[in-house]
Design a protein. Structure first.
Length: 445
């Protein structure tokens, strides 16, 4: 018998692949959507694959001893890997576009409150007035922190990181919730509302207690944004401050399968409870490669202001030393972050109302240099920093506020995960030695 040629071998492989492909049109539409994001995704008997697959290789060149004939790509940081399907957010990095459930983020930031966006993320669409009133009432009913949690908060060291304290407090919330271990859809929704309602009070209490002040009880007659600023400062914010902060919450509420959301979904996929999953999200957000950039942006602006340098000179000097300028560039966006463009306009308007455009002017000068020198644009952290600073918020609370807002997105992703759950279990490409043998301890180096 004549050995098969290479072309014959590939044809045979292609034939067997075709046998595995479903023929229904809906499947192909789903596959086409996924392949727009990743050209390596191929169909299987169970629908579109959830990992990146390279073309078939011969058994002798396979990197996976468990799957003869196949090799899975190694994507550092899971870059461009489609891990799951979601209907919550579309992040288009090339076009600089962000949609929540089909609504453009610019439209939402200008025309919807955080409470409306919470309904959108949890329910799938914006609420009518009756639904909005219902959710607001549910939030008000959940505002009070459990009595036992106050003991936890008051024992935390004043020198602790606010993010570490928030992480611990949210984890502890589960100890005081009778439904903590009830994983029914109804109970998980109620717990999501409690988490969203209580995180602002936890952050405000952390800040006041570490400064020797008594916590301020929440109000029952104001918005989510207004209530947080009131509990934090003890004073009711002005209309402009409330609108600016509410828009910031909307802009940070959701952003697809980022590091903290993925961490939350991985935990949730094990059927752990929602408090554990949100705590995992906070833990991931605590890392400086995910959250915290806005804190460093404000510290940088303050350093420039103290030094008396022109912002352009400061940026060029740092670039010459190959140092990173925080608040620029994004893992996903290849153009200006759409959230940053909204915050840029807000920073100008808020600065004009406050009678101080210093931070805005400095930010613009830095922005121009970074675009000209590095081709980088501001991300969501860049302009939010000076807005929070103008609101009088302590710099080390910026990342906890990020978490405050993102509780809506994390909760929505967890409810979606549990609606059609499967354990998330990727593989690692083993790169260590094989065939080693145990030597007697006296013979080991």
């Amino acid at each position: 018998m004549i050995p098969p040629t290479r072309r014959h071998f590939v044809s045979v492989c292609a034939y067997f692949i075709i046998l595995l492909i479903p023929s229904n049109a809906d499947f192909w539409r789903q596959t086409q959507k996924i392949t727009e994001f990743n050209s390596h995704v191929v169909p299987t008997r169970d629908g579109p694959v959830k990992t990146v697959i390279v073309p078939i290789m011969s058994p002798s060149t396979s990197k996976d001893p468990e799957k003869s004939g196949y090799a899975t790509t190694k994507a550092r940081g899971l870059a461009d890997v489609v891990a799951l399907e979601s209907r919550i957010a579309l992040v288009n990095g090339k076009a600089g576009r962000l949609l929540y459930r089909g609504y453009d983020i610019r439209d939402l930031a200008r025309n919807a409150s955080y409470e409306e966006v919470l309904c959108l993320l949890l329910d799938g669409d914006l609420p009518n007035q009756a639904r909005l009133d219902e959710v607001k009432e549910q939030l008000r009913a959940a505002l009070a922190l459990p009595e036992g949690l106050w003991g936890v908060l008051k024992r935390m060291p004043e020198s602790g990181s606010p993010m570490a304290m928030l992480r611990t407090a949210v984890s502890a919330l589960g100890l005081f919730d009778e439904e903590a271990e009830d994983n029914s859809a109804e109970a998980n929704y109620r717990k999501a509302i409690r988490i969203v309602a209580r995180v602002p009070g936890i952050i405000a209490a952390i800040d006041r207690l570490r400064n020797g002040k008594e916590p301020v009880p929440p109000r029952m007659d104001c918005s989510h944004a207004h209530n947080f600023l009131y509990m934090l400062t003890g004073e009711r914010p002005g209309d402009m401050a409330e609108r600016a902060f509410d828009a910031c919450l909307v802009l940070h509420a959701e952003h697809g399968l980022n590091a903290s959301t993925f961490a939350s979904r991985v935990i949730g996929a094990t059927l752990s409870d929602i408090y554990s999953a949100v705590t995992g999200g906070i833990a991931a957000l605590k890392g400086p490669l995910h959250g915290g950039a806005n804190q460093e942006v404000m510290r940088m602006l303050l350093e420039i202001d103290r030094s008396g340098q022109r912002p352009a000179d400061y940026v060029r000097a740092k670039l010459a030393r190959r140092e990173r300028i925080m608040g620029f560039g994004h893992r996903v966006y290849k153009t200006m972050d759409p959230r940053a463009s909204i915050l840029k306009d807000m920073a100008k308007g808020f600065g004009e109302e406050a009678g101080d455009l210093k931070w805005y002017a400095m930010s613009l000068e830095m922005m121009d240099v970074m675009e000209a020198e590095k081709g980088l644009y501001p991300n969501v952290d860049f302009f939010s920093a000076s807005i929070y600073y103008t609101l009088g918020i302590a710099i080390d609370l910026y990342t906890p506020i990020f978490a405050l807002s993102r509780t809506a997105g994390w909760s929505a992703h967890l409810l979606e995960q549990w609606s059609d759950n499967r354990l998330i279990r990727p593989k690692a490409a083993y790169a260590g030695p094989q065939e080693k043998h145990v030597l007697p301890v006296e013979e080991r180096a």
